[in-house]
Ligand binder design. Structure first.
Ligand SMILES: Cc1cc2nc3c(=O)[nH]c(=O)nc-3n(C[C@H](O)[C@H](O)[C@H](O)COP(=O)(O)O)c2cc1C
Length: 220
């Protein structure tokens, strides 16, 4: 698979099969991904890779918190108010996804049921929690994003798919306690990794991208 094929065939998958990811494949992806650039080569990423019972235990703990309504919103992750064109893009992906799986406006129970699937890694056999030292700032977040992008791209080369998941941030303290992470680590984001369930309607979602003219100002 070419780099172009890997990049352009990546999309967020929200239903996985139970097929296990071979351990050597998983380790190869996570090792190669660490060739990501990082400012002054600090490599600030830290991963907790969960499979089997360890994954199921975290899923149980976080879904219990979800069910009891104990989420911890991070006011800084997304803007407090989305301006255009971001607002329209965000709405579109939301309604496209809900439309595809038959969720109508105002059907909050079904929306919550879909949101809850985040906290089982959408059925993926591998769930990853990315964390970083609490001293990390914007640069560290960017470095972690580059590592994540590599994981998502390399996964395609191995026939795997992913879904990056900011949703896990809403349960940072539950995750932190449950995984017994060092006190100075902060949970940043999660990721589901596995094989696509090609029969799942939700995986038919295809997202659009703005044309170059909308985000690049070529000058010469
Ligand atoms: C940092 C990050 C966090 C995300 N968090 C979630 C999430 O919590 N749940 C989810 O279903 N999708 C999540 N997504 C997936 C985005 O919705 C998706 O990337 C976007 O709609 C574009 O679609 P595509 O990935 O299929 O190209 C996240 C993506 C990124 C990059």
């Amino acid at each position: 698979m070419s780099a172009t094929e890997a990049v352009t065939s990546r999309r967020s998958i929200r239903a996985f099969t139970t097929q296990e990811v071979p351990d050597d494949t998983l380790r190869t992806i996570l090792t190669d991904a660490a060739r990501a650039a990082s400012g002054t080569n600090i490599q600030p990423w830290h991963l907790t890779v969960l499979q089997g019972q360890a994954k199921d235990d975290l899923v149980d703990a976080v879904q219990a918190a979800f069910d009891s309504g104990e989420s911890e919103k991070d006011e800084k992750y997304y803007p407090s108010e989305f301006v255009e064109p971001y607002k329209a893009r965000r709405r579109k992906i939301g309604w496209d996804m809900y439309g595809l799986i038959g969720i109508e406006k105002g059907d909050y129970d079904k929306m919550a049921a879909q949101a809850r699937k985040n906290y089982e890694f959408f059925g993926a056999p591998v769930g990853i929690i990315f964390s970083m030292h609490e001293t990390m700032s914007y640069g560290g977040w960017m470095d972690l994003g580059l590592y994540m992008a590599n994981v998502m791209t390399l996964a395609r080369e191995h026939g795997l798919h992913t879904c990056p998941q900011a949703a896990w941030r809403e349960y940072e303290s539950v995750i932190h306690t449950h995984l017994a992470l060092p006190a100075d680590q902060r949970v940043i984001v999660g990721m589901a990794l596995g094989y696509e369930d090609v029969a799942a309607t939700i995986n038919e979602l295809r997202t659009e991208r703005a044309g170059l003219g909308e985000f690049i100002d070529f000058r010469s």
